[in-house]
Design a protein around this ligand. Structure first.
Ligand code: FO1
Length: 324
């Protein structure tokens, strides 16, 4: 069944895992019909520059420009500037490549001139020829702080410098109480034909977006089906510390544990064939369950997964509308 060009999809995204799914999705639907709401809790300042890793990962990926081996940054990067910065600064653990620095310089200068993060994100996406709409979750600073026995660490310090080590005790979203969802965020959820949560970390990638005022309510209220793809395969994330974060917060490290975090708005949960034994348990929560290969090791597999998700939901919508 062909997907109509005006089939509007909204995705809530973190970084690499979401990007791997979205690169396939824009081969299945019209890229111009996709809106991506991106986590900014991972943002930080390095050497006076405003860095938004998840926004850049999504933008570079949708532009076909990302370093596909790492899943973030630009290919064939050099790090001469970062090495030179080491003369002035004691720490250069965050890998800012020479070409990538242009994006951070542009973003920083535009923000300093008073532009909103939304406006700068649109300008960057357009520069890279991205046809989809890329929205930061908020124009207000929200910073994810991970509390471990080593203390309270801003996300990039926990993840990159600290290699996600240490027992997680708490995750704090600094600034969330006064932050607002960026313009277009709630509208994109409400007006979509399909809302997708790609396989992103439920605590530090999707969690901050859902914690913004009105976003969770929009997820519950939308008439669009909401589909999530499990970030866990056989109880482990493909990449990143989702298992340590879930476990540290006392949440079951399983597809059931993840589904529980979304239970108030989720319609369909996509799980890997390796977790097929848990299908029945998820169905008992009232969820439709798709069991398929979710490991997106190449573009073809990303496209296949996106096709399974979109066609399943589109077929369901068509059946309801035609009364079949
Ligand atoms: N990830 C790393 O593991 N090490 C790095 O040095 C690193 C640098 C970096 C620079 C720019 C950027 O946009 C992303 C970068 N990332 C790096 C990825 C980033 O830490 C994570 O992918 C996200 O924050 C988690 O979604």
């Amino acid at each position: 069944m062909p997907i109509p060009r005006d089939f509007r999809v909204t995705a809530l995204a973190g970084g690499v895992g979401a990007a791997r799914f979205l690169r396939g999705l824009v081969r299945v639907i019209d890229p111009a019909s996709l809106t991506v709401i991106v986590n900014t809790g991972d943002d930080d300042e390095f050497f006076g520059l405003s860095v938004s890793p998840d926004l850049d990962t999504i933008t570079y990926t949708l532009a076909g420009a990302v370093d596909s081996s790492k899943g973030w940054g630009l290919p064939e990067e050099t790090f001469r500037c970062l090495t030179a910065l080491g003369r002035y600064y004691p720490e250069t653990w965050f890998g800012l490549g020479d070409a990538d620095l242009a994006t951070h310089l542009f973003r920083t200068q535009q923000l300093r001139e008073g532009k909103s993060l939304s406006a700068v994100t649109t300008a960057i996406a357009q520069t890279w020829g991205v046809r989809s709409t890329v929205l930061p979750m908020s124009n207000d600073p929200v910073r994810t702080i991970v509390h471990t026995e080593a203390g309270a660490l801003p996300f990039q310090q926990y993840f990159v410098k600290g290699r996600s080590e240490g027992q997680v005790k708490q995750v704090e979203l600094h600034g969330i109480d006064t932050a607002h969802a960026a313009p277009g965020v709630r509208e994109a959820i409400q007006s979509a034909h399909l809302v997708i949560l790609p396989p992103s970390n439920p605590i530090v990638s999707i969690g901050p977006i859902l914690a913004l005022p009105g976003v969770r309510e929009a997820m519950r209220a939308t008439s669009a089906p909401v589909v999530a793809i499990s970030p866990l395969v056989a109880g482990k994330p493909i990449k990143g510390p989702a298992d340590r974060l879930l476990g540290g917060l006392g949440i079951d490290v399983s597809v059931g544990g993840v589904a529980g975090l979304y239970r108030d708005f989720l319609d369909t949960f996509v799980i890997d064939t390796q977790d097929a034994a848990q299908q029945h348990q998820l169905e008992q929560l009232g969820l439709a369950v798709i069991v398929t290969d979710t490991i997106m090791s190449d573009m073809e597999k990303s496209t296949m997964l996106a096709r399974v998700v979109v066609e399943h939901e589109h077929r369901k919508k068509w059946r309801v509308e035609s009364g079949e």
